[in-house]
Design a protein around this ligand. Structure first.
Ligand code: SF4
Length: 400
């Protein structure tokens, strides 16, 4: 059992602004003018400082600023957010601090601010290296904008950079997907990390309402296979179903989420997992801002419960039952290439994995979807074939 002083947490900070909405995106984000952005940042900093009383015994290991487009904020506001975090939290010296950036929003001033703010990992959304495909997605940038942004990032001294890609998008072929992967691999310096997800049509998006012509399922699967073949041959290790990294450059923040470590989410709609309580801030930006700016004074000291201090603005709040924790342990852990550790399962829940899921692992191992590995400890992971049908596998680990 860890002592209180050794508890660890990540922090997620949500910036809900974008130049304009991409046609496939259902994230909580949209355009806003500078005055609106300033009001949001003010509310966000209040939330960060107010909630810090709940985290006085935690050391922060990772910080992730996502969105939206965090790179849209004026640099000094990003610095202010990070100063607020550092002032109120115990941020570890080796903390991984990531920020999502969009081509077309990079400037020399912003890059300098991000360095001053201590940001040490950038994640840049390219999605496709084919301009026609970017246009079909409704992205605001071209390949050339990306190349220019990537060069600026390297010149500013950022060494830990992820490039986000998207497969199975309108008009894409196996040839053009290969072209995108090869274009990214030709970048110098090489990106430390590459994420490659396939497009999902999300309800409420223009693509959902007006379905575009997409590559079929077999092509989608083939694209996943090509991705693995090409990136593995180039020295990237697939450490999660859709994520590849050069050795030692895996995203620690995401790994901690898949391993169900604590993380505190700040900002509108931001989700948290703290000591097995899952909760999410309300997704109405106006209500979020007025809660922190108008209704709570900075000197009020409400008591903290399982869902932090600002419990009134939490949605989907629940303390996970043991069965829910076990389910999450399995289906989040199995996303990772190394899978789940049977010993760790027993240590966490006081009962063996085979007792909770009798015969299931054996059955999937026989069918070639799961494998047991490890010399000193037993690990259970998806095979390549298992990844193809991971939804079927994950579903068998549901208990509730
Ligand atoms: S830039 Fe990202 S968050 Fe913004 S609309 Fe596009 S996909 Fe969504």
């Amino acid at each position: 059992m860890k002592k209180d002083s050794e508890k660890q947490s990540g922090i997620y900070i949500h910036i809900p602004f974008c130049v304009r909405k991409c046609l496939y995106c259902d994230f909580l984000s949209g355009p806003a003018n500078e005055r609106e952005q300033a009001r949001y940042v003010e509310a966000l900093c209040r939330e960060i400082s107010m909630e810090s009383r709940c985290y006085s015994k935690y050391r922060v290991q990772t910080i992730y600023m996502g969105g939206g487009t965090p790179s849209l904020l004026p640099g000094e506001w990003t610095e202010r957010i990070m100063e607020t975090v550092r002032r109120h939290y115990n941020v570890g010296g080796a903390c991984e601090i990531s920020m999502e950036v969009n081509p077309g929003t990079l400037t020399r001033e912003r890059l300098s601010s991000w360095r001053r703010a201590g940001i040490n990992r950038l994640s840049i959304g390219l999605q496709s290296a084919v301009n026609g495909e970017l246009k079909a997605l409704g992205r605001i940038h071209t390949l050339e904008d990306f190349l220019d942004g990537y060069r600026q990032i390297a010149e500013a001294g950022f060494e830990n950079v992820n490039v986000d890609l998207m497969s199975a998008i309108p008009g894409q072929s196996l040839r053009s997907w290969r072209e995108t992967l090869e274009r990214v691999l030709s970048l110098r310096p090489r990106p430390a990390h590459i994420s490659a997800y396939s497009l999902i049509l999300e309800e409420g998006t223009p693509f959902y309402e007006n379905r575009p012509q997409l590559p079929d399922e077999d092509t989608d699967r083939e694209m996943y296979k090509i991705t693995n073949d090409i990136l593995s041959a180039a020295g990237y290790r697939r450490y999660e179903i859709s994520n590849y990294a050069l050795p030692g450059r895996e995203c620690r923040h995401n790994i901690d989420c898949w391993r169900r470590k604590n993380y505190a989410g700040f900002g509108v709609g931001a989700a948290s997992l703290v000591e097995n309580a899952r909760f999410r801030n309300i997704s109405d930006r106006g209500a979020y801002e007025s809660f922190f700016l108008d209704s709570v004074g900075t000197d009020t000291t409400p008591t903290a419960g399982a869902f932090g201090i600002a419990e009134q603005i939490r949605e989907e709040k629940r303390v996970l039952s043991k069965e829910e924790q076990m389910e999450e342990f399995m289906f989040l852990g199995l996303r990772m290439r190394e899978g789940v550790c049977a010993e760790e399962f027993e240590r966490c829940f006081g009962v063996s994995l085979d007792q909770v899921y009798p015969g299931i692992v054996e059955d999937f191992c026989r069918k070639g979807l799961l494998q047991r590995t490890g010399r000193t400890k037993e690990w259970i992971s998806l095979t390549d074939y298992g990844i193809d049908v991971s939804n079927v596998v994950m579903a068998r680990f549901l208990l509730t």
